[in-house]
Ligand binder design. Structure first.
Ligand SMILES: *Cc1c(COP(=O)(O)O)cnc(C)c1O
Length: 428
């Protein structure tokens, strides 16, 4: 497999971009080696500058549930572009996307569109604080909610990959107001609330954690958090930036039948363009400017390119059988990898939620970040490079999710499993 053009670009990139990238998770620090440079994608595949074609299980870190360059999305965005990229004046697409979100996620009565998941969570936290008049927030260890100051404590994802426990540049004031607890430990949450409950504005959580690998909530955990926050008058925020339209069309809250006060979204609802959204109870959302005093704004928020890409994506995903197809692809992949691991005697722990999944190289269950961190990251790196060498691209870190799309057909996954069979022999 040739990579001289990628290597050349990597050298150039490092001269002008910090660490060669615009987001640290892209830098292969968790697996070693250097990233390739992509030129195009189509369906389940991406092509790099050296003309290598890979099967892609990262899908831009989640958004591309239809695969790359789906024709319906491409034509919708081209049409929108021809009409002008942005106005900063209301456009109909904003209403339609908000309606579609509300139709699928009934806990969301009103929506605010923003430009990234980070903006969505940061703004939802501000709103929760403004609404309750309280300062403290609670988050779970290993959950990633974007890179806002208050939310960077024990934040999984890239920080876990890079081994950054606390981030310099975050004022201690912010850290002091962020209380952390282990995921899946309701007693720990109860203790935090009994000590600080009257000062807690909100508890924010990924209902299915997707940024420490994929970790499922234990039975009753989310319902327990719902009851606990309600008892103390704190808001429950489900960060469904990753799980929205992935775990179920109505997100993890539909799958686990728990109603949060606020929900944050991103990724899939932008169809590959920059996006975020938050929404929830109308009485809370109405505290936002211009109706209320909690200020949050955005020059490009709800812009026509994003809303057209998002709507086109949801059009296709909501067609009969489409969501199930993306999910079935993950089931086939997951079962296949499980079988190969058993045959070769490599201990793994697997999780799946809709079209998200994870293969932990860990001998035993993974219920929280402490468990996830015990994974054999060196073995993951060997797996990653073995697969990459065979033209299959998984996330360059053990602590990330794997994604499938409606374009990952049976033949594609069979080829992936053939490659995995070879790689696991080397691991065993
Ligand atoms: C990706 C992600 C974010 C951050 O979204 P950006 O668009 O990268 O800012 C927040 N929360 C969760 C759960 C995510 O997966």
């Amino acid at each position: 497999m040739r990579n001289d053009k990628s290597l050349h670009l990597w050298e150039e990139a490092n001269k002008v971009l910090v660490g060669g990238v615009n987001s640290p998770v892209r830098a292969f620090k968790g697996v070693g080696g250097t990233p390739f440079f992509v030129v195009s994608g189509l369906g389940a595949h991406i092509t790099d500058v050296d003309a290598n074609v890979y099967t892609d299980y990262v899908l831009s870190w989640g958004p591309l549930v239809l695969g790359h360059a789906h024709p319906h999305v491409v034509s919708a965005v081209c049409r929108a572009m021809e009409n002008g990229a942005s106005f900063g004046i209301p456009t109909e697409g904003e209403i339609r996307l908000a309606e579609r979100i509300r139709a699928r996620i009934p806990s969301i009565k009103k929506v605010r569109l923003v430009n990234s998941g980070t903006e969505a969570t940061m703004s939802a936290i501000r709103l929760a604080r403004g609404y309750t008049g309280r300062d403290f927030i609670v988050k779970a260890e290993g959950c990633y909610h974007g890179h806002a100051d208050t939310l960077l404590a024990k934040a999984g994802s890239g920080l876990a990959t890079l081994g950054i426990p606390t981030c310099p540049g975050v004022p201690s004031m912010h850290a002091q107001h962020t209380l952390t607890m282990p995921f899946n430990d309701l007693d720990a949450a109860k203790e935090l609330f009994s000590a600080h409950g009257d000062n807690i504005a909100c508890l924010i959580i990924e209902p299915v954690a997707g940024n420490m690998g994929v970790v499922l909530p234990q039975p009753g955990y989310l319902k327990g958090l719902r009851a606990l926050t309600a008892r103390y008058g704190a808001l429950l925020i489900f960060d469904e930036v990753m799980t929205g339209f992935r775990v179920a069309l109505g997100g993890a809250q539909e799958r686990y039948n728990v109603t949060p006060d606020l929900t944050t979204l991103g990724k899939v609802i932008g169809g590959g363009l920059p996006v975020g959204a938050y929404g929830g109870r109308a009485d809370i959302m109405d505290h936002l400017a211009p109706l209320g005093p909690v200020y949050q704004a955005g020059t490009l928020a709800g812009n026509p390119l994003t809303t057209s890409a998002g709507l086109a994506t949801l059009d296709i995903l909501e067609q009969q059988g489409a969501f199930e197809r993306a999910k079935a692809a993950m089931t086939t992949l997951s079962e296949g990898l499980g079988e190969i691991a058993r045959e070769t005697g490599v201990p793994v722990f697997q999780t799946q939620a809709g079209s998200m999944g994870c293969l932990f190289f860990h001998d035993g269950p993974v219920h929280n970040y402490t468990d996830a961190a015990k994974s054999d990251t060196a073995r993951y790196a060997t797996f990653f490079h073995g697969m990459l060498h065979r033209a299959v691209y998984f996330a360059p870190s053990q602590f990330e999710a794997c994604f499938t799309s409606i374009a990952h057909d049976h033949g594609t996954i069979e080829k992936t499993l053939e490659a995995a069979r070879e790689v696991f022999k080397e691991l065993g």
